[in-house]
Design a protein around this ligand. Structure first.
Ligand SMILES: Cc1ncc(C[n+]2csc(CCOP(=O)(O)OP(=O)(O)O)c2C)c(N)n1
Ligand SMILES: [Mg+2]
Length: 461
């Protein structure tokens, strides 16, 4: 954080680096309102194409008259899909939540039990904790396996450090025995075990693609998507309809391999390719961009490279507020706050969020005057909201002519409470004490009794 500025305010040079320009001051609101009124009229009476034409014509005229118009590669820090364009959610939210909670529990238990037995065994709890919803919505509604109709399945590159979540799901589905879960990261034990990261040599019946070290998953996904198109175009194999999904971390995007081949994907119009970036704003031991915004920066990079970009920043709790935000001040506030400050909000009570986030402008304080502190504290992020994630995936699989990247904002260590939610130590969290386990159990409603919880037993319904 720069000392010279108010805590949590973006430095203009950082905004420019992430393709974002500072909001100019409105010196004549009455005139602005007339222009906006005309625009609303055209939008209603003649539709989006006409609006696009007029906006472009205005821009061209201004440039001809010597007015410099900055080229923006980012959109405001809100969801790309507005609430009113969201499709209905086709699943049973309650059943899916219950299954997801059990998967969360076992994924955590796998790492905690391994480290109880062997101190320093390693493993990651917080990565999957932040991405559970991103995976569950995909598993329940989008990934397609090999079917009887001859379909050969989607190709999924899982984020390496989220592997406990995939093992846990396989266990709940009855595809992995409990013995193997007991030997996470010890696959040479007599009864077998599970390798740290996805690798088809180590577990040929389970993993199809290796994805660690970081950066290898995304770049291989690009070449895989390209190769699938090649096979199809040459008539060697029918790969139509097969999607290539790559799940990756926001810190992982700093690896040169991650972004190194993204222009190939757009040049080749790889609409069979979908990247899902879990933007929990943290990496190994600290923020990905404390004094900037990783989602905005990645939006600029991918948009500039010709990708279809879908941002999933805010959960449904924010919809009502955004709808009432007619002046755009809330969206502006969301855009001006930097990631380091957003991480701070994660661990703080609602009163802090009221004072420091909404409190910057009296109009925003008024907007939430009927919200309790508790309600402010619970306002959710997009990557933890199945409906928002579903809407993004649906748009991505239907999109034609470009690869898609989904930038989903989440909380590292989601659900771990004081054991690591949104804290710098979250990534290296491998142990949980009894109190933390009790809280986790109760928060996710896992039917394990108080006297058993300290052992973090596996649970399969
Ligand atoms: C090339 C490479 N460098 C470093 C590491 C060590 N490492 C493991 S996880 C991690 C941080 C990951 O951060 P992020 O991509 O944001 O994932 P998250 O866990 O936050 O989802 C690092 C640096 C690695 N696995 N590979
Ligand atoms: Mg991260």
């Amino acid at each position: 954080m720069s000392d010279a500025k108010t805590l949590g305010e973006a430095d203009p040079s950082v905004l420019v680096a992430s393709g974002q320009v500072e909001a100019p001051i409105d010196v004549d609101p009455a005139e602005t309102s007339e222009w906006l009124g005309s625009l609303d009229y055209v939008a209603k009476s003649k539709g989006a194409d006409r609006v696009r034409y007029l906006v472009k014509a205005l821009e061209n005229r201004a440039r001809r008259d010597g007015v410099e118009i900055p080229i923006e590669t980012t959109t405001p820090y809100v969801n790309t899909i507005p609430a009113f364009k969201q499709p209905a959610y086709p699943g049973n939210r309650e059943t899916e939540r219950r299954i997801k909670s059990i998967i969360r529990w076992n994924a955590m238990a796998m790492v905690v039990r391994a480290n109880k037995k062997n101190k320093g065994q390693g493993g990651h709890i917080s990565t999957f904790a932040s991405s559970a919803t991103l995976y569950e919505v995909a598993f329940n509604h989008f990934f397609r396996g090999r079917g009887q109709s001859g379909y050969e399945g989607d190709l999924v590159y899982f984020q390496g450090h989220a592997s406990p979540g995939m093992y846990s799901r396989a266990f709940v589905e009855g595809r992995l025995p409990i013995d193997k879960l007991e030997n996470f990261r010890r696959e040479l034990q007599p009864e077998g075990g599970l390798c740290s990261y996805p690798h088809p040599w180590l577990m040929p019946d389970f993993w199809e693609y290796p994805t660690v070290s970081m950066g290898l998953g995304p770049i291989m996904a690009i070449y895989q998507a390209r190769f699938n198109e090649y096979l199809n175009d040459r008539g060697l194999k029918d790969t139509r309809g097969r999607k290539v999904w790559a799940f990756l971390g926001d810190g992982e995007c700093d690896e040169p391999e991650t972004l190194g081949a993204i222009t190939l994907a757009s040049r080749e119009k790889l609409d069979n390719l979908i990247f899902v970036v879990n933007c929990n704003l943290q990496r190994l031991d600290g923020p990905v961009r404390g004094n900037g915004k990783i989602i905005q920066e990645l939006e600029a990079v991918f948009r500039g490279a010709g990708w279809n970009v879908i941002k999933v920043v805010w959960g449904s709790d924010w919809d009502a507020l955004l709808e009432r935000d007619e002046s755009g001040l809330l969206a502006q506030r969301m855009t001006e706050v930097v990631d380091g400050q957003y991480q701070k909000y994660t661990g703080m009570p609602g009163s802090y969020i009221r004072e420091h986030f909404f409190g910057k402008y009296p109009e925003l304080l008024k907007l939430v005057e009927n919200y309790s502190d508790e309600k402010l504290e619970k306002l959710n992020r997009g990557g933890h909201d199945p409906e928002k994630v579903f809407a993004a995936y649906k748009l991505a699989v239907e999109h034609k002519g470009q690869p898609t990247v989904i930038l989903a904002k989440t909380i590292k260590g989601y659900g771990l409470g004081e054991a690591g939610e949104g804290r710098n130590i979250a990534h290296n969290q491998k142990e949980m004490n009894e109190k933390e386990l009790l809280e986790f159990r109760s928060r996710f409603g896992i039917p394990i009794s108080d006297d058993q919880v300290a052992n973090a037993p596996f649970y399969r319904p």
